[in-house]
Design a protein around this ligand. Structure first.
Ligand code: AMP
Length: 125
């Protein structure tokens, strides 16, 4: 069910549990600021989720509360994942859902990295 992106951070969400090592994930990349792992239900040949290590509900929350170092580290991690996956050519798509209208389901900021085939139009019209 889509979340309310203004809710306080829920320490029991699935991605918080992955960060604590309580649930498994297929790790693609990790550093002090970010963890990247394969989406459990891939929507493209490459479908990686990149999450900050800190407790942020959404892009909105992150952009407001995170430190400059956390923001820089997270943005660099997203770029590194795309490069390491060989996506720069031929290209890729980033997507971050925020709140109910977007369909955000997990209340921990995540950027989807999609690639590996032509991805079609950005949204259904
Ligand atoms: P969103 O709709 O933007 O909140 O996306 C949540 C994403 O998390 C979906 O693409 C799910 O397939 C993915 N997901 C949910 N649980 C897991 C999990 N345990 N490991 C990896 N991906 C997950």
């Amino acid at each position: 069910m889509p979340i309310d992106a203004t809710q306080p951070y829920d320490e029991s969400n699935i991605f918080a549990r992955i960060l604590r090592g309580e649930l498994p994930s297929e790790t693609v990349y990790e550093d002090d600021y970010a963890l990247a792992f394969n989406d459990i239900r891939p929507a493209a040949p490459t479908h990686v989720l990149v999450i900050p290590r800190g407790p942020y509900v959404s892009w909105d929350d992150f952009s407001e509360r995170a430190s400059d170092a956390e923001i820089a580290g997270f943005v660099r991690a997203v770029g590194k994942v795309a490069r390491d996956k060989g996506l720069v050519p031929p290209g890729y798509r980033l997507l971050a859902n925020v709140g109910a209208d977007s369909g955000q389901e997990v209340p921990h900021l995540h950027v989807h990295v999609f690639g590996g085939k032509p991805l079609g139009p950005m949204l259904a019209r």
